[in-house]
Design a protein around this ligand. Structure first.
Ligand code: PLP
Length: 407
């Protein structure tokens, strides 16, 4: 008889987005004329940068002739892209990362999800609460937890993030853990971590032979001087951290699919007999076995993000989203709400002074505006809603008008 992987049965149904879709659909059918504005979505709305589009067109032409045709590429990514990444994302900012420590992929979600394959079944994992669910669910699927109890999986350590700690946990909360997922700028809270806060984590990880999995998917939104865009800005991070990057929000690649992971040389985990084992060759092996590379056309598009025009165009689009966030934050604060995030992140995290689903329903019914209830990101998300800045200016201004009336 065929048995299923029982760990999959421990996964809680993805209640959040199903429930949102259900409530929005019933509101729309009861109010067919309502023009609903979605401020809940984490997907981009602006098109690709012209420099990226031109590069992808040229890459299609390459594929159209024998001379420049590309079939399977290197699983780790083409050197033309890895060298640009190392040079512009790291070395130009004084960070020591080499091209052969970069692994190009089809996005950060897969890498964040797959990385845990490198670690033992018994490693102790810490995640934030609220949290981007991929870190949690992939460890549940791998069998590192029991079935959930009251929305939490025994076996995981939850690092509670609240206004009191500025939505940045401290290493004391992860005592006894081997792996900690940190995401800054954060999804969903929009919080950023200071260099001193990240340095504390790096020092803790090095002292405890632990590993930081640093998700920097939103680094391009950082505008405040001094706020780190990479964990490797901290001293000693090369010996205790892997970093994930994504072109999804940075350059509108949610539909194109490309990102990368940094695994430094000399970063190790330990075998049962205490032998240090390098993670970079293990990740190389994992990727070459199970992944066949991002497409040539995609990687040429990603390369163009690093051209002077590409950099300016992508920055302008991010500035546009940040301005959306600033407008919404100002309007909500004027209504007396405490609003976290924005500024260095596309997400606003609004303290709704009550139940997050009740507030969600109120905005849906009274303003035809869809948000994301914080409770869906974990127990510590209760009492908040997440608002995303990914939208047209027209929708944002209309939503602000409606929120002013409803609140
Ligand atoms: N990490 C975080 C924190 C995210 O919010 C997202 C997407 O929403 C991802 C990773 C996934 O990025 P990608 O589109 O590159 O898979």
């Amino acid at each position: 008889m065929l048995h299923v992987n029982e760990n999959y049965r421990k996964i809680q149904a993805s209640y959040l987005f199903t429930e949102i879709a259900h409530r929005v659909a019933s509101h729309q059918s009861a109010n067919p004329a309502a023009k609903i504005i979605r401020l809940g979505i984490g997907d981009v709305t602006e098109p690709l940068a012209p420099a990226v589009v031109e590069a992808m067109h040229r890459a299609v032409d390459d594929e159209a002739g024998r001379a420049n045709f590309h079939g399977y590429g290197p699983e780790q990514g083409y050197a033309f892209l890895r060298e640009k990444v190392a040079e512009i994302d790291f070395r130009a900012r004084g960070i020591d990362i080499a091209a052969d420590e970069i692994f190009i992929s089809d996005g950060a979600k897969c890498d964040c999800g797959n990385i845990q394959e490198l670690f033992g079944d018994d490693v102790k994992i810490a995640v934030g609460d609220p949290v981007y669910p991929v870190y949690v669910d992939t460890n549940v699927m791998a069998g590192r937890t029991l079935a959930s109890v009251d929305g939490r999986y025994p076996g995981l350590t939850y690092l509670e993030c609240s206004a009191a700690n500025g939505f940045v946990p401290t290493p004391e909360q992860a005592a006894g853990c081997d792996v900690v997922y940190l995401c800054y700028p954060n999804n969903p809270t929009g919080a950023v971590a200071t260099k001193a806060q990240l340095q504390q984590w790096v020092d803790w990880a090095n002292a405890n032979k632990a590993l930081i999995l640093f998700d920097a998917a939103y680094e391009a939104f950082v505008r405040t001087p001094g706020i780190p865009r990479s964990i490797y800005e901290c001293d000693g991070a090369r010996t205790c951290a892997i970093e994930f990057r994504s072109y999804s929000k940075t350059a509108g690649f949610t539909g194109i699919r490309c990102g990368y992971t940094v695994v430094p040389k000399n970063l190790v985990a330990y075998a049962a007999d205490g032998t240090a084992v390098e993670l970079r060759p293990m990740w190389t092996r994992r990727q070459t076995t199970k992944f066949n590379g991002a497409s040539y056309i995609t990687q040429r598009g990603a390369e163009a993000i690093y051209s002077p025009e590409g950099q300016a165009q992508c920055r302008a689009t991010i500035d546009f989203y940040l301005e959306n966030g600033r407008l919404m934050k100002t309007a909500l604060e004027a209504r007396g709400y405490s609003v976290y995030g924005g500024g260095d992140s596309p997400y606003l995290w609004v303290d709704v002074k009550g139940d997050s689903w009740d507030f969600f329903d109120r905005l849906l019914k009274e303003a035809n505006v869809v948000t994301t209830p914080g409770a869906g990101f974990g127990r510590a998300g209760e009492g908040y809603i997440r608002i995303s800045s990914f939208n047209s200016r027209e929708n944002v201004l209309e939503a602000i008008e409606r929120l002013r009336k409803a609140l």
